[in-house]
Design a protein around this ligand. Structure first.
Ligand SMILES: Cc1cc2nc3c(=O)[nH]c(=O)nc-3n(C[C@H](O)[C@H](O)[C@H](O)COP(=O)(O)O)c2cc1C
Length: 374
């Protein structure tokens, strides 16, 4: 209440990217004090066996994660985790550091409860991020999202992803291969069958090699997809995922679709990907379709327009085992994660589910593949 009535109206008066950095800085200062962190954790973290899950041999305290792009450079993940997230995904990190697109490059769409961004993978690069991680005690279950350096041509993409994969292997509990940002020219072409097979097969070879070298388990690799793919592209992607033994899929990234936006002046903001409410329906439809096509065998992380426990539950019922939040966190505030987890816990009780995994895919029908509007 305090956040929506007082804090958010003040923060929303300033440039969104500057606000993000400002808030992260103060979050770090405040939660750097161990007694403050302990109080916040106690208030925000929901501990209940009904939300705990083991996926890919990893133990998740709850299914609500922080989506990629929030802590691109692995600077704040410990503090963010204390707000109740079950896991945190850092990145997107690229082979080389890069400044990203010119500012301003992030905009609010308040009437749509969304954001538009064309950040362009601004990040410190995988060697700096690896060095930073080596110095930290990593508290949350940490996923690492990797992408392509802008200046690297598409046919050299596998070597660029490999650099980051090797450097970040020791810190990543799972990897995400991001081929779905609309803000790196040509990146989404890597979702096509041939380049995608080449990229994922290459990373799996490195994965097996590194796991053998270090005598550890290979890292789960997930693929993050765009909401704007056609049914045919999705069929191809699922074929490649199967052929390359990919462990799961993250649906979805931001959308380039603008048709249903209502915020005045949004058409003058220039290119970028839209997140939040406007991507919600498409994200849920795609998750339901993936779950149905794979008969629930491929683990899905659902992301897109999750603001409340009801949204999270809808995404889970469509087929996602885990969910992630980005834009909802901005609009709903820091207590949103606790509210979502409490709501999911309540839903388990009301429906007689011993564990939230019993809700996964209950709204998907393996026999009837839903048509997805293109
Ligand atoms: C400002 C901003 C930056 C983002 N950066 C990344 C990124 O670097 N890598 C990535 O995979 N997704 C990135 N995303 C996409 C989110 O992780 C998420 O997939 C998308 O926003 C949909 O979720 P939401 O509706 O909860 O925001 C970014 C989103 C926003 C709003």
């Amino acid at each position: 209440m305090l956040y929506k009535k007082v804090v958010r109206p003040i923060l929303f008066r300033f440039d969104p990217e500057s606000v993000h950095h400002f808030v992260m800085k103060w979050l770090r200062v405040a939660l750097g004090l161990s007694f403050v962190r302990a109080i916040v954790k106690r208030w925000c973290c929901v501990h209940t066996s009904s939300l705990e899950q083991t996926m890919w041999g990893l133990e998740f305290d709850n299914p609500v994660g922080l989506a990629a792009g929030f802590d691109k450079n692995a600077e704040h993940f410990n503090e963010l985790a204390s707000l109740g997230f079950g896991y945190v995904e850092i990145g997107t990190v690229t082979g080389e550091g890069q400044v990203g697109n010119e500012r301003p490059r992030m905009f609010r769409l308040p009437e749509d409860r969304g954001l538009l961004n064309r950040m362009g993978f601004n990040n410190h690069g995988s060697s700096v991020v690896a060095a930073r991680l080596a110095k930290k005690r990593i508290e949350p279950l940490l996923g690492v999202n990797i992408g392509k350096t802008k200046v690297v041509p598409l046919d050299e993409a596998p070597a660029d992803y490999e650099k980051s994969f090797r450097r970040l292997f020791d810190f990543a509990r799972y990897f995400v291969v991001n081929v779905s940002s609309p803000n790196t020219p040509g990146l989404r072409e890597l979702q096509n069958k041939e380049p995608l097979t080449e990229l994922l097969a290459h990373l799996q070879r490195i994965n097996a090699e590194m796991a053998a070298q270090k005598s550890v388990a290979r890292r789960p690799i997930l693929l993050k997809i765009a909401p704007d793919i056609t049914d045919g592209q999705l069929d191809d992607i699922l074929e490649v995922i199967d052929a390359c033994d990919i462990d799961g899929i993250i649906a979805t990234n931001t959308t380039i679709e603008r048709d249903d936006l209502h915020t005045p002046g949004q058409d003058e903001l220039g290119p970028g990907g839209v997140s939040g409410r406007p991507v919600r329906q498409r994200s849920v439809e795609l998750i339901r379709r993936i779950y149905t096509l794979t008969e629930g065998r491929l683990p899905i992380i659902g992301v897109g327009g999750i603001f409340t426990a009801e949204d999270a539950l809808e995404t889970i019922r469509a087929g996602a085992s885990l969910v992630q939040v980005w834009t909802g966190f901005i609009y709903e505030g820091p207590s949103a994660i606790r509210r979502i987890n409490r709501g999911l816990e309540r839903a388990c009780k009301e429906n007689g589910w011993a564990n939230i995994r019993e809700a996964v895919g209950v709204d998907a029908h393996p026999k009837a593949i839903p048509e997805v509007a293109q």
